[in-house]
Design a protein. Structure first.
Length: 375
């Protein structure tokens, strides 16, 4: 079928950039969507990871379909936090730092995950942080502050997520999860053994998911493959899934390049597994991006003996550097170019043939606004 979808202006006029109308010709639309967010991952983080594996290209760099740049400023701050960054992607509207699934007016906005759930798709998420953390929460919860973790957990019981795997076990009630129709799996072995179409899997009964350096192992990739196998049972409508390499950001905050590289390599192994899973079906759009860059990383040298980059950090916080977007599958050409992070929402909707409105007018960044704490 031929569909012509006009996305109009992408809120770039203030920067002298305008997006052309996008035409999707006689191509198959995306039935399944996988959004993969490497929290805090800029191009320097990716290249540091690549430098540690000089003999073969990372999976992310083998994607040839499309690449773009996402501008990450929030509604009122040049430097976004993860809450506003993820909310822009999940709702198509920039919001203020710390906000989760709400607009600048603190009113709830429907997320991509909630939208696709209403369309009959199965939904899921796999993260290496707590399920109440900013990025996963921005796809199912609506609160004015990312630190309202108890309220975020309570909103999970609404049931918009079919499969969720991550941390934060102490914040959830097994009783209420089961009332909401979920089975509960604790530990990777239980996660891989469950056969339920709706389940919540926790890394352990501890709150935190450990870093790779402390023995997390294959948790991210194995859990993602499990979630894909469950969600893909929905032959009729397909699925929407979020995957986050959460702790790349934590390495950036710590200015610890080894931590950052280990987590980025783990995320890339997961990317490879997702691409392997979706490569032959022709119906799955995979988007890989970041909510922001963390640390202001520069690569200033390379040690050939240890095959590692030497990094220099400019901050322990986030930066306003645009982040790369890689896309593969039906509709991937929509992600070529430079655009606001909030436009990713509309591009995903367009790729699946479910575009109902043009991007909302974005509040331009006001440099006179005080750049407060952005964690």
């Amino acid at each position: 079928m031929k569909r012509v979808l006009t996305l109009g202006l992408f809120g770039l006029a203030s920067m002298g950039l305008m997006a052309q109308d996008i035409v999707l010709g006689d191509v198959r639309l995306a039935k399944n969507i996988v959004v993969m967010i490497g929290d805090g991952t800029g191009l320097a983080q990716w290249w540091a990871a690549q430098s540690a594996r000089p003999d073969s290209a990372l999976a992310v760099f083998r994607i040839s379909d499309a690449m773009g740049l996402s501008m990450t400023s929030s509604a009122s701050n040049f430097i976004t936090d993860s809450g506003a960054g993820a909310t822009a992607i999940s709702t198509g509207e920039k919001t203020q730092n710390r906000m989760i699934g709400v607009g600048p007016d603190s009113m709830a906005r429907e997320t991509l995950l909630e939208f696709y759930k209403k369309q009959g798709k199965s939904t899921g998420m796999v993260v290496t942080c707590g399920l109440t953390h900013a990025t996963p929460a921005a796809f199912y919860a609506h609160v004015p502050s990312r630190y309202m973790d108890k309220e975020i957990a309570e909103q999970f019981y609404n049931g918009s997520v079919d499969v969720a795997i991550g941390g934060d076990y102490p914040l959830y009630s097994e009783k209420w999860l089961k009332k909401a129709g979920y089975s509960v799996a604790i530990g990777l072995d239980d996660i891989l053994e469950t056969d339920c179409p709706r389940f919540v899997g926790f890394y352990s009964k501890d709150k935190e998911v450990p870093p790779m350096s402390q023995g997390r192992g294959d948790f991210l990739t194995a859990s993602t493959k499990k979630a894909l196998s469950v969600l893909s049972r929905n032959d009729t409508a397909g699925f929407f899934m979020l995957v986050e390499g959460s702790q790349i950001d934590w390495g950036g905050h710590a200015n610890d390049l080894n931590y950052t590289v280990e987590e980025a390599l783990d995320f890339d192994r997961c990317i490879e597994a997702v691409l392997d899973f979706t490569r032959n079906d022709g119906q799955t759009l995979v988007i890989i991006t970041a909510d922001h860059e963390t640390g202001g990383l520069s690569l200033v040298n390379y040690e050939t003996d240890s095959t590692r980059s030497v990094g220099a950090w400019s901050t322990h916080e986030h930066t306003g550097i645009p982040v790369p977007v890689f896309a593969s599958g039906p509709g991937s050409s929509l992600f070529i170019g430079t655009y606001q992070n909030s436009d990713i929402y509309y591009k995903i909707r367009a790729a699946s043939g479910l575009m109902s409105e043009e991007p909302k007018s974005q509040v331009p960044f006001d440099p006179s606004v005080h750049h407060g704490d952005i964690h």
